[in-house]
Design a protein around this ligand. Structure first.
Ligand code: SF4
Ligand code: SF4
Length: 66
């Protein structure tokens, strides 16, 4: 399954992305951000990260098609 990647060097654990994921697949753990197995790889959360720690997922232009 397509998933997204969190760069732990960049992530400041602000938790902002956890509130925007439609299936609630992002979870803030004490020392890291976890991407749960049910992440669909939709890419929705990627642009919300203020420090660019999220990458991957489907490109925005593909959303809503097919
Ligand atoms: S890619 Fe989509 S499903 Fe996966 S964590 Fe981001 S918003 Fe959630
Ligand atoms: S929005 Fe970015 S910096 Fe904040 S918890 Fe998510 S991945 Fe980390």
């Amino acid at each position: 399954m397509t998933s997204i990647t969190v760069d732990p060097e960049l992530c400041v654990l602000c938790g902002l992305c956890t509130g925007v994921c439609p299936p609630n697949a992002l979870e803030l753990a004490p020392e890291r951000l976890e991407v749960r197995d049910h992440c669909t790889g939709c890419g929705w959360c990627v642009p919300y990260c203020p420090v660019g720690a999220l990458s991957g997922g489907r490109p925005r232009r593909d959303r809503g098609r097919g």
